[in-house]
Design a binder for this molecule. Structure first.
Ligand code: ANZ
Length: 831
């Protein structure tokens, strides 16, 4: 689901000496080259991060990353952004006494593995095994605290058995059906493409011609769940932007469906034949000066006059190959052709022309609209293009407020506000029988089949008589046949790759197996359930265990999944809820999106630009903790931000300094009350920051604590332990080393008890500091009073502001003027 990729990565277990004996005390600096691999391996071997089975729902916490799509080329720091956040959070929650479920797996069906297979001739399962092994190696090298015993791949037969089982439930509930639909078929690639993969009529990949072809496909009735998918957004704690995108995608609107009698054409029952339109603005009826049908509307043939036939056919032909998205683009020139037919406006009794135009979509509403050029911009453009008349029903035309605007030239609606008139005309239309209130959705049923090899086979048999049967549950999983040739079948008609596996397809009784496969979305729709009980072969998961863990408390991933993945997963979850397989209405309680990490140049990381920062390079040079802390220190978790070598250096200096601090621990030293108070504030601050995914400010506070301790002649053990524990989620390797080797505490710091703070402490005041470059104001920082007094931390935070980075540019900072709690000014010298 998430596209990550990696090359060969070093085997974490072999390149170091994990068995180095522990010695104390240590001086110099933290020996990350040998100690990082030691700890990461030990954590895995000891299953330190395994979630306990059972436990009360209240004590359990489920923290989930969107699982990646393993493929074959280099992992860079940007790929880790989300994982580092959930890891730090999970570590703190465990230390706070939570039983945390934090799993990882592989979304392994789909295009990348299949394409690798086509290129190399190697079976995709090998590519998947290799790629996931190398992903696992990198993740373990970084020490991500997953419960590796729960690792799964959507391509495991033991997993997709249940994907198929869920499909049988959908089918039994009448939510899966077959339909002839029109697809984007690329004869050269031998594959169906999504609308996004088609650009100007050719394939995005390769630039080959794409044709619209009919194909029998499986479709899931997600539209049956439209209202619940909409309403239950109120139950979840998600970013408003994501909820809004889901709402827009579902696109519920309330309007009027109304009939315009066709002049001179009789229906079968002898009454006037009619064109139905759907409108959300029925109050604009008096302003209708024409009606437009989608070019594919079934009535087009019937109503077109002999004179217009040729023009209409030519127009409809060229519209057929256009994408909906292009048809709806606002900057697109509106085009159309007159059909020669007229319809009667049911309010004014006037006849208006009927046109076809591709800005009207065939499968939304009724596939026909009433044209109101004085109220709607698209209609205005269309009327202007063809010289159609305009009736001014609003003083301000299309700019009129759609509720408060007062109507004119509108029969009995004149003088009413649009909102008032809307209700009146709907009532009137229903009384008179020319219209009825209707709710419409943008959401379409979900085309659920693909023609490629590397996907879940449908548990479906087509009997010789044409009827459809489910494969018996006892026969699941229905294994994907082991093929040697996964090449798509090129040619003018769409054919699934599986149709080549004749022995598998043809059954002794004359039946044929379904040869489409499921889309990549299928496996990612329910993996969070399987993590709860990954080895169960009796059920997709034990209902008791589901009760102990659902819903997922926190789900973290990229905004690219804001709509489809989350909508599809919610849909399946609701179906599973309806069949009694899951205990909650919604799958994911809280959602967070990580921001993208850009290259240092502010551009998206890419090989061709040459700005990629590979994970392995940073770790080889500086160790795991520097990578982790530097990445989290770049800025707010949700924000897109560039990588910063300067920032990394700052973080590295901080970690080096903490090492010095830990080496000054003195068991006899006492904590003075002033320091004690300050430390309380830091504990509270770090705890709250990590809870809220504000890792950058948590790190600032850890820097302050370090600086505070640096100033003490010797470090009381209690304070050293607090610093070590507070930094454990951020710099887990060194914290573990210090905890065990220097402080000689019981393994592991990550299972130790999180430091407590005094709840009654007064709320912190925020200090606003000015940030200047050469005396010019370039930004401000909102800081807590402690931070605002610390020159180094303020300096680092200030330099991570975009505006400040830009103002400094390539110059060096020659001098920094710092007035605590007030201002920081960077004076640059020309290089
Ligand atoms: C007249 C009108 C006047 C409209 C006005 C809007 C503003 P939603 O449901 O919110 O997207 N419409 C209806 N069916 C359509 C189709 N198949 N293709 C393209 N457009 C279509 O908005 C529904 C509105 O979108 C409808 O209301 C219709 O234009 C247009 F000042 O009717 B309206």
């Amino acid at each position: 689901m998430v596209r990550l990729s990696t090359g060969s990565s070093p085997d974490t277990s072999s390149d170091a000496s994990p068995s180095r004996p522990v010695s104390t005390p240590q001086q110099g600096s933290y020996d990350f080259r040998s100690r990082d691999p030691y700890w990461s391996k030990k954590w895995v071997d000891d299953k330190l991060f395994a979630a306990d089975e059972g436990g009360d729902r209240a004590d359990n916490e489920y923290v989930l990353d969107m699982f990646p799509y393993p493929s074959g080329s280099g992992l860079h720091v940007g790929h880790m952004a989300g994982y580092l956040g959930t890891d730090a959070y999970s570590r703190m929650r465990r230390m706070q006494g939570k039983n945390v479920l934090h799993p990882m797996g592989w979304d392994a069906f789909g295009l990348p593995a299949e394409q690798h297979a086509i290129k190399t001739g190697e079976h995709p399962s090998n590519a998947v095994a290799q790629a996931s092994a190398s992903f696992r190696a990198v993740m373990q090298r970084i020490g991500l605290s997953y419960d590796w015993d729960r690792e799964l791949a959507t391509t495991d037969p033991g997993y997709y058995k249940w994907t198929q089982w869920i499909f049988t439930k959908l089918y039994e509930k009448g939510l899966a059906y077959m339909e002839d639909s029109v697809v984007n078929w690329c004869p050269e690639l031998g594959t169906v493409l999504s609308n996004e993969e088609v650009v100007n009529g050719v394939s995005e990949r390769g630039g080959f011609p794409v044709e619209r072809k009919p194909l029998k496909q499986w479709v899931l009735k997600i539209t049956d769940y439209a209202d619940r998918l909409l309403e239950d957004l109120n139950l979840v704690d998600w970013p408003d932007g994501v909820k809004e995108m889901q709402r827009n995608w579902i696109g519920r609107s309330e309007g009027l469906q109304m009939s315009f009698p066709i002049d001179g054409l009789k229906g079968e029952d002898g009454s006037d034949a009619k064109i139905d339109v759907y409108t959300t603005r029925p109050e604009t009826l008096a302003g209708v000066t024409y009606v437009v049908l989608a070019p594919e509307h079934p009535l087009v043939q019937k109503i077109t006059t002999a004179e217009q036939r040729e023009a209409v056919r030519a127009y409809a032909d060229q519209a057929r190959n256009k994408q909906d998205m292009d048809r709806q683009r606002e900057d697109q020139q509106k085009t159309g052709v007159f059909t020669g037919a007229y319809v009667k406006n049911p309010l004014t009794g006037e006849n208006v022309q009927v046109w076809i135009g591709d800005y009207v979509l065939g499968h939304y509403g009724t596939g026909a609209v009433m044209g109101v050029p004085s109220a709607d911009q698209r209609d205005k453009d269309f009327a202007a293009a063809y010289g159609l008349s305009v009736v001014d029903i609003f003083p301000h035309g299309v700019d009129e407020d759609p509720d408060a605007g007062v109507l004119q030239n509108s029969h009995f609606l004149t003088g009413m506000t649009a909102k008032e008139a809307r209700t009146r005309i709907m009532d009137f239309a229903e009384e008179q029988g020319f219209g009825e209130r209707k709710v419409n959705y943008k959401l379409r049923d979900w085309v659920f089949s693909r023609q490629r090899y590397w996907g879940e086979p449908f548990p479906i048999i087509h009997r010789p008589d044409g009827s459809i049967a489910l494969v018996d549950e006892s026969e699941l999983p229905l294994l994907l046949p082991d093929m040697k040739d996964f090449n798509p079948i090129k040619g003018s008609n769409p054919q699934p790759v599986l149709s080549k596996a004749e022995d598998w397809v043809n059954l002794p009784n004359g039946g044929r197996r379904e040869t489409n496969t499921m889309p990549n979305w299928a496996g990612s729709c329910w993996y969070y359930l399987r993590f709860i009980d990954p080895k169960n072969d009796q059920a997709l998961a034990d209902p008791e265990k589901l009760k102990q863990w659902l819903p997922v408390d926190l789900y973290v991933g990229g905004t690219e999944h804001a709509v489809l993945h989350l909508l599809y997963a919610r849909f399946w979850h609701k179906v599973l809820y309806d069949v009694g397989a899951v205990p909650t209405k919604e799958p994911f309680q809280q959602l967070r999106n990580q921001g993208m990490i850009l290259g240092e140049d502010g551009q998206k990381m890419s090989k061709s630009v040459g700005n990629v920062v590979p994970v392995d390079t940073v770790i080889d040079e500086h160790g795991v903790d520097v990578l982790r802390a530097a990445e989290m220190f770049l800025g707010p978790f949700e924000k897109t931000k560039p990588w910063s070598t300067k920032g990394m250096q700052g973080v590295k200096n901080w970690l080096d300094r903490t090492w010095t601090v830990f080496n000054k621990v003195d068991d006899t030293a006492e904590v003075d009350p002033a320091t004690q108070g300050e430390v309380q504030l830091i504990i509270r601050g770090v705890t709250q920051d990590i809870e809220q995914f504000k890792f950058n400010t948590a790190i600032s506070k850890l820097m302050i604590l370090t600086n505070m301790l640096m100033k003490l002649p010797s470090i009381p053990r209690q304070l050293a332990e607090i610093l070590c524990q507070l930094m454990a989620p951020i710099a887990p390797m060194m914290a573990e080393e210090v905890w065990n080797t220097i402080l000689q505490n019981d393994y592991s710091v990550h299972r130790s008890e999180w430091p407590q703070y005094d709840e009654t402490m007064a709320a912190l005041k925020v200090v606003t500091m000015a940030v200047q470059v050469n005396g010019k104001l370039r930004g401000t920082l909102e800081l807590d009073p402690q931070t605002a007094r610390d020159q180094e931390v303020v300096s680092l935070q200030a330099q991570s502001l975009d505006s400040v980075r830009r103002a400094i540019g390539d110059a060096d900072v020659a001098r920094t003027i710092f007035v605590p709690s007030k201002v920081i000014n960077f004076v640059t010298s020309k290089t």
